[in-house]
Design a protein around this ligand. Sequence first.
Ligand code: GDP
Length: 440
Amino acid sequence: MFETLTQRLEQIFTNLRRRGKLTEQDVDAVMREVRLALLEADVHYSVVKDFVSRVRERAVGAEVSRALNPAQQVIKIVHEELIKTLGEPQWLNLTGPKPRALMLVGLQGSGKTTAAAKLARLLRSQGERVLLVAADPYRPAAVKQLQTLGEKVGVPVYYEEKVAPPLLCAKAYEHAQKGGYSVIIMDTAGRSQLDDALMAELKAITDKVSPADILLVVDSMIGQEALHVAQGFRQAVNLTGLIMTKMDGDSRGGAAISIRSVTGVPIKFLGTGEGIDALEVYDPSRLASRILGMGDVIGLIEKAQQAYDEKTAREQAEKMMSGRFTLEDFANQLRQVKKLGPLAQILEMLPGQLGQAAKMVDPKDAERQLKMTEAIINSMTREERLNPDILNASRRRRIARGSGTDVQDVNRLIKQFREAQKLFKTFQKTGGRGLPNLFG
Ligand code: GDP
């Protein structure tokens, strides 16, 4: 999904990462690229304009945090503003007198019938008693399709021949009331184009049933056309949510980004495949990360910032460079890493090649190593931590016993520590301009 947009943004940010400091001109240049990428992805120009100006304003005036480099900072702002554009998540209006009526509307072929069945399955798995209603008597195939899907997900389908949709829905509602159903999902007729008769019929259904939710099903592949479709349906019925389908296809992503912003109607679900379980509850933050295409690097940036104790970090960096780095500092570093969360999660969040490489590490193994290292250091006296030279054989045996490890483990740790120390000393000698950047 969003491949082109994602690739373009990734390229922009890769170029940005190569720079040391970020100037106002840099921000402008980056925002020009972001603007183009969004327009090419078929995002509505007014949304792009607003988005770009919000990001630029924040990026230029941003307080520079020591936890992030400038590129990360811009990525973070772009991500946050993208989430804002994508809108707050909203669940269905399921509280209130039962049964709750959900009405799906949309153009023919948008994925409405499939979405009805997917939604029925999801709600059923949450303990709702669901009834599907085939309210599209004009296409016998549509009724049959819903019946087949209903069978597949184990949800009954209400249908009566030769009954007009408004009356059919009213009868279905009554049936649901008597039968103790908690939710009915009405799959209404679609047309290949918006037409007045269809709109009048939808209105007539809402007069009879008063749906708790009216969800417009939109094929995300139709791009900006989606905005017209949404406006058209809104004139007839009070849309409470959107289901964007075919997000797994090669959509350019523009529709999903613009539609909330332009129409004000919240996206509630995403259809991500033909399978009956391919329905996602809409999560703007997740979608924004996906559009930016950087694994969950955003999450990592946020966590790093939270966990980062600037003062300790600065002091430690200085110590490392001067070679005065001790096992005590090493233990402190481990604690910082642990604050980031479970290792497996952190490894997963690394972008690009680093992420690929990280996949080869067994996180459980790494976690075990980390715990062991900490246990060993904890079993040392302060004196030993500050001056590992005094760690003779008997001290090492005592430490192994105390930490529940083997002497070999203790030896290995000390060796690793010595190597790290040497590495930092070399850095200092070569005048290294700092440690290698995690994201570079
Ligand atoms: P309706 O005419 O609006 O009821 O549309 P259908 O539910 O019959 O869907 C039209 C076509 O789109 C069918 O072939 C579905 O399998 C397919 N479809 C629906 N939703 C998705 C989706 O999220 N991803 C993909 N790839 N295909 C979908």
